[in-house]
Ligand binder design. Structure first.
Ligand SMILES: [Zn+2]
Length: 243
């Protein structure tokens, strides 16, 4: 066993975080969400408390599990230090994703299981059509999105209903990805039930309690963003006025 803990990223299970990050990055590349090394994915292994982080500068469709960085969380995520990250696995010759401070902020502050960052053209375009929030209502796909409504019987938050309005905060871009950390944190504290933040002229961050949920939210949001862009082109409001 090497000193670089290759065992942390070596598994025959396609659902292992290291394998999932590579397969999802390749799929996201095909959808033009992560071109030219932009974007990234980070997943927490709920069983080991390890955080798997994609490298910087590696083409997404060519990423291998051995390219991944691993951070070990302690004390229920609260020990993650965004300013001075300690990696238990560091692939030689690679740097961690520029999004690492943003990913760790989401894990630490929101207690999520996975974060997806894309440079989707729908996200970039929609961020130019709205000021502080992207908003859309009365579209079936909204029902895939989480809400702030607690169901005491099911003992969980329920998803939005067809007639509800999905609101996603928008923050302005900065020259360097890490410079977005404070703004991301501030907007997350103001809107603790949001599962995404748009970054104007840049892309989107989406998170969920599991990578499956984050993936569903990301796909649903991208569809809704694309729909909203077309609705605005047709002169249609994306939030249906109340009668
Ligand atoms: Zn980015």
């Amino acid at each position: 066993m090497s000193n670089n803990h290759d065992e942390l990223v070596t598994s025959g299970d396609p659902m292992h975080p290291a394998n999932l990050i590579c397969s999802l990055c390749a799929k996201f590349y095909e959808k033009d969400w992560c071109l030219g090394t932009g974007g990234g994915i980070s997943i927490k292994d709920p069983h080991t408390n390890h955080y798997f982080i994609a490298p910087s500068g590696v083409q997404k469709e060519l990423m291998r599990p051995t390219d991944l960085f691993v951070v070990e969380g302690t004390d229920n995520n609260k020990e993650l230090n965004v300013d001075d990250v300690t990696f238990v696995r560091k692939p030689p010759g690679l740097k961690p994703s520029d999004c690492t401070p943003l990913f760790l902020t989401c894990f630490k502050e929101l207690d999520v299981g996975a974060v997806i960052h894309t440079h989707s053209s729908n996200a970039v375009l929609a961020s130019l059509l709205y000021d502080d929030f992207f908003e859309i209502s009365h579209i079936e796909q909204i029902k895939a999105m989480p809400s702030d409504k607690w169901d005491p019987v099911a003992n969980k938050y329920i998803n939005l209903l067809f007639q509800d309005t999905l609101r996603i905060p928008i923050i302005d871009n900065k020259n360097f990805e890490y410079e977005l950390t404070d703004d991301l944190l501030e907007v997350c504290k103001k809107h603790p039930h949001s599962c995404a933040v748009l970054v104007r002229r840049h892309g989107i961050f989406v998170w969920g309690s599991t990578i499956a949920k984050a993936k569903i939210y990301n796909e649903s949001i991208d569809y809704l963003l694309g729909l909203a862009i077309q609705m605005r082109q047709l002169g249609l409001p994306t939030v249906k006025p109340s009668i």
